[in-house]
Design a protein around this ligand. Structure first.
Ligand code: FE
Length: 162
């Protein structure tokens, strides 16, 4: 009889574990644009995949959009959702494109602790791609925020090309 209870207990424990994993999957956000890891890997340049899908960071001063001062719009390199306007861009001197604000409805904010302290992580709201981080050392005369964004996470559409 005791062994039956032991077997039952094991089934209950396995059942609970299964349920909690299922709940985690369900609570994960479903983005409008969904691709498998392999599909992302095949459809994106290597650096864009590393930044957007692996939350990587490109080397400072290495990105082609860091010094871009043209008028236009910055869209997500993963799904082309508009994220930043050129008038939000400023030179932070950090080596990454910096914006004092974004097109807020298309951005997602989260907190990560990857380097030991809390940072506000910025992602694309449409595909979930990692963009960069927000810091509070932006221009004091506007928002005071600095959206520090990887160049590889963005595509630039020049105004007169639209
Ligand atoms: Fe996106």
């Amino acid at each position: 009889m005791k062994s039956i209870y032991s077997i039952l207990l094991i089934f209950i424990l396995i059942g609970c574990k299964g349920n909690s994993q299922e709940t985690n999957k369900k609570t994960q956000k479903q983005y409008t644009v969904f691709k498998t890891e392999n599909e992302w890997k095949e459809s994106l340049p290597q650096m864009a995949y590393y930044v957007l899908r692996k939350s990587g960071t490109e080397i400072a001063f290495s990105g082609p959009l860091n010094n871009n001062k043209k008028e236009g719009i910055y869209v997500c390199a993963g799904c082309q959702s508009p994220l930043y306007k050129s008038e939000f861009k400023y030179d932070s001197g950090s080596g990454w494109p910096a914006f004092d604000r974004g097109i807020e409805k298309n951005l997602e904010y989260d907190v990560d602790y990857k380097i030991g302290y809390a940072r506000s992580e910025l992602s694309c709201n449409n595909c979930g791609g990692h963009l960069g981080h927000m810091f509070g050392d932006g221009p004091k005369n506007t928002t005071g925020n600095r959206h520090c964004i990887n160049s590889a996470a963005l595509n630039f559409i020049q105004t007169d090309e639209k």
